[in-house]
Every structure is written in C-alpha cells, then in structure tokens.
Design a protein. Sequence first.
Length: 608
Amino acid sequence: MTIDNPSILSYLHPYDVLTDVTRAQILDQCEQIDVAKGRDIYVIGDQLRGLYIIESGQVAVTDENAAPISLLRRENSFGERGLLRDGRAATNAKAQEDCRLLVIPSTLFQGLLVDCEPFGRFYRRSGNAKLQVASKPGDLTRVRVDALMSTNPVVCAEDTPIQDAARMMRDKKISSLCVVDGDALRGIVTLRDFVNKAVVDDLPMTTPIAAIMTNNPRVLTPAAIGSDVLHLMMENRLGHLPVISAGRLVGIVTQTDLTRYQASHASTFVAEAAQATTVQELAAITARIPKLLVSLVATGNRHDVVTRLITDIADVVTRRLLRMAEDKFGTPPARYLWLACGSQGRQEQTGVSDQDNCLILEDGISDADAAYFAPFAQFVSDGLDACGYVYCPGDMMATNPRWCQPLSVWTAYFKGWIANPSKEAQMLASVMFDLRPIGGDETLFADLQAETLRLAASNSIFTAHMATNALTHATPLGLLRGLSTIRAGEHRDTIDMKLNGVIPVVDLGRMYALAGQLSALNTRARLKAALDGGIISNSGGLDLVAAYDLVAQTRLQHQANLIKQDLAPDNFLPPATLSGFERSHLRDAFVVIKTMQSALMQGRGVLA
C-alpha cells in the first residue's frame, strides 16, 4: 500500500534516530487505514492490530468508565500500553474526526522492541516492559558524545594575537582554543602548538593565532559515541576533538573528559569518600555528583538504579562525617543511631537533595551525656550542608532537639501520631515512615519499625487519614486532559516533576507499605512488594509501576539536560521541551497515577 506521507517517520521520535533503510523497511510493512468520525478504533479487550500513528484527524482515548484520558492529534501514537502487556487494548479509542492512521503491525512492533535498541528503549520507558540497565558504569560504547562534551567551548577569531590567546587559556585554565569565524570552526590551537610553533620558532606575540593553529581539525558530531572519541584520539594521537552540529561548533571533548567519565561511577566516589579526612575533601567529591548523574542517565540506567547509586554516596559521606564527629568530640557516651528520612531514606536522591535526618539515643542516658549529641549533630549536619545536602527547610534534622531523643521518646512519638492523627501527625508520620538507619547501633530501630507498622496497619482511622493526606499532591492534568503547568512566578509554564510527579507515587507506595506492613522503603520496591503481596491489583499495579518509571526517568533526564548545559539541576520541566510523542506518554502516565489515587480514596487501591 502506498503511504500518503512516507516521510512521517523521519521527524517522529524514536524513528528519527533510525537509519533511512530501517524506516523504509518499517513503512513497507505498515498499513494505512481511514476511520470515520464517531467510529471506534478499538475498545478495551480488543486484540490490537498494531501501534497507531495519527496522520490526520483527532482520536479520543478513554478508560473503562468512559472517562477521557487523552485527545490525540496528528503525529501522536497510541495502543502501546496494550501491546506491551498481552496484546489487547487497555483503553478505548474513538475517532473524533475523520482520521487517517498509520498502523505498525503488532508482530513488527514486538520485533522492533527486541531488534532495534532506540525503538525498544523509548517504548519500554513508557510501558510495562523492563527498562534496560547499562551493563557497566563508564562503558564508552553506551554514551553519546553530547553527554561527554563541554558545551560553550572557549573560542577566538583567526586574527587574535597569540599572546591574547595564551592569556585566555591561562585565565580559563584550559588546554585548547577553538578558532572560529562566526559559528563556523576554522581550526584549533593547543598548548602543544604554542610550544612547538610559537615558542620554538620565537614568533612575535602579535602573530595571529591562525599562524599556529591546526586547520580543519578532525571533528565529531553529538550523535557519535564515546568509543568513537577514544578510537579517533588513539589513532591520531589527539587530545581534543571539536563537536560540530549542522556546521556549527557546539562543544569540545578532551582526554580529560574521557578519563573523568570513566572514573565517574559510584564505586569510585564511595572509595574516595571512605578515605576522606576532611569535610573539604568530602565536598570536593560530592561536587562531582552532577556529572555522575549525567553519566548514569546517558548509559541507560533505570531511574531507581541511578538514585540508589547517588544515595549510596550520601550514605558513605554521612558515615564518614559521623566518624569525624566522634574523632572531634570523643567516644560517644551512649549508643546512638543516625537515620535518614525523605529521599535519602528511600534511596531516591537525585541531583537536587536536601538533608532529612534524626538521632535515636539509647534509653537511660543522663542529661550530661545527652548534651554530647548537640554539637555532634551540628558538626554532621554542617558537613552535609557543605557537601551540597542543604539544611532541611522544615528543620527535620538531628540538630533540632525534637528529633534527637531516646528510643522511648521516639516510641511515644509514633504511638501518639497513630492514636491522634492530626494534620501535623499525618505529615510527620509520612516523613518518619521512610526512616532508614545510616550509622550507629541499628538494634535501636529494629523493634520500633516493626511495632510501628503493626500499630499503623491495625488503626483504620489513622490509615484513612494517611490516605487522605496522600492525595494532597495532585498530578499536573488539566481540565481537558492536557498537562497543567505552573501559571506564575519563577517557574511559570513548567511542571514540578517532584511535587506533582514522583511524590504522588511516593505517597501511594507508602500507603501500600502500611496496608501490607511491608518493610521496603524505596518507592519502586514498595510498589513491586505490594504487587507481589496482592495489596494492589495486578493490572493497576503494573500500570502504576510503568507510569512511575516514565515520570521518574523523565525527571532525571531533565536534570541531566540542565547539567550538560552547565546549569543547576532542578525539578521544573517545561513541557514545551518535549516532543508531542513524549508529552502524550507523560500525560498517560499521570492519568494512571491519578486513577490509582482515586482507587485509594475509594478503597480499591489497597485491596486487590
């Protein structure tokens, strides 16, 4: 069959990164169908004929209760949720206008998932299949040059005097300069050129840099991979490679970048932190975490792997600070346990994390001995702040006397919160149910955790209040099932991918853990344990895990993109930076989360 628009795949992701040959082979097996306005394309339970791409018209996607999920337009696709499960439709799809659809047959879709990595990686990140995990950190075959290169390289014009160029390199502490005419690269000059050409030949300092630069240097594109850089450097004995896109200089990658990348994995950080002797040394190590995040995301690690590795570093840094505090203030006069809550407690730290912690002391401690732990906690908290884990704005830290108490006081705290679930009690319980021991005597917490879970699960009034509290974080869905953005202020036209993205799922995971008395703290682990334990239904649970994967992965990718631009990572994602395809998937993920929130409120999300 002749396709009306054979170029459609060339500008849709993930097809745009495939070769022309692969796209042609896909089109050869596709079919084009017309669906009249008001006709069903499929209904829930239908065997899907394939993945649908809209060439023209509008398609309304609804759930089992006919509630709208998405209104899709030209170049959007749909049907992948069912294809990634059992091949049967998980939603309803109806033509809102006369539609022309491109259909990628189910068998071809499944084959592409396995045989075509970009295709499989994209659809698995938005469906129920497992996300791929990189084979090993620092693998140069799995990272693109745009994740390695330095953006905004220092440049100069061809007529720049060599003395001025040398000053630029000295002041910027760099070993090369790109020579440009506008955005076009003309050459590159390195320290070796200054020595071998300018100094040895005793050239005047006013000599134009063009006299010593390497003309038409070897270059790469952002789509090249790390091993291309390594091989080109080794073959041609190069230390610097400019990166060109559409004829413009967009970056430079150096041997130092390769070395830093290959050394940037969690085991290196952990080993260095464990040997650090000062807070300054620890701070220098944690300052490299943003680059680690970029490396881990670029090599295809799933979000929970990335956040676990980043949290592991925070744990080691905390334990090192505890040891430093003991060295500074002397042997502790009593047993203690330092615990983390929040994202560190759940092992979900990203490139943006504050500190949330507390201290449990053994019972029977005297006031004089208890006084030891005030400067002790202050030292550790100050050290964490110096390492980038900023002070908690809500003062949920061991430096607050309220959160540095004997075990019996902590036991009373939890019993009181459960017995009298006030607004504050709900908030505090939500935080403290994510407590995880970091350093000290863990026996101080074991019985407290188990008993608290038992008491909480058996108190229906408390769990009802906690469920209500869990629903206070809304997903960013607009009235017409679009994406609702922040309307004013510094973060206008963005989505808060933490508060309105991952936190709603964190809250759901915590509720499932309470319902099943599950000991898991990590959100994804809680969801999986709830599934395995029959706390939530299989279909709803699988969809929720997939939705959480997509939202959390999108958040991490956003942070990595900011870091690559030398910007501070944050949680505020402008939907305009996503393709229509990606926005559609993200919207569907938020619909799943909202559906599970509604089920929780109605009592259907806690029982299978």
